[in-house]
Design a protein around this ligand. Sequence first.
Ligand code: 6GU
Length: 242
Amino acid sequence: MRLDVVSIFPDYLAPLDLSLIGKARRDGLLDLRVHDLRDFTHDRHRTVDDTPYGGGAGMVMKPEPWGEALDQLANAADSRPVLIVPGPGGTPFSQAMARELADESHLVFACGRYEGIDERVYEHARKRYDVRVVSLGDYVLNGGEVAVLAIVEAVARLLPGVIGNAASLVEESHEDGLLEYPVYTKPEHWQGLSVPTVLLSGDHGKIAAWRHEQRLQRTAERRPDLLSAPAAASPEQLQISV
Ligand code: 6GU
């Protein structure tokens, strides 16, 4: 998968060199490139923002550097890429969206800062990209970079070969609409707290029933909205072999 990230703070994306994503890049599974938006400016101060027409607080990102950056990346693309613009006014990001994006061959991320990007950039980009404004949740970040770290990680880990153990992808919160069951490891007793005895029983049927009950309880307590949501996908529908 080809991934391009455009930002005025390319260093913010340095964590994408680490851990499983870093390894996937070194293994050639991810072709991930980070671009400095200021490289697409032509003035001495490398200006990327200006005051808003109509007045109001803060600054707006100028259209010209974005236009040049997005044109260049679209020219380099073999197919119609998806342009993801992170922002609090976007469609909520979800595991379902991560799965959709994992099927794409080329994602371009445009990290906005300040009060946002001149609206004409979106219109211009639609000529050559499928444009998606995506939000991580109902709170405000200073810019799209942290959101890109989250979205890239959620998408990349679904790609074949990025995670060694494919079964670990199935038994996960949000893959089938319930939160995950609690997990324990050795020692059996710690700080006066013990591992639930059913997990030591060796009775796999009983363990599976207990875990399912824990998942229901947890979901009801922490995320009751998930229990009234439309039916979740089964592993078969997700085309994951366990
Ligand atoms: Cl994706 N971007 C920004 N800037 N703020 C956010 C967000 C994204 N999601 C929630 N708040």
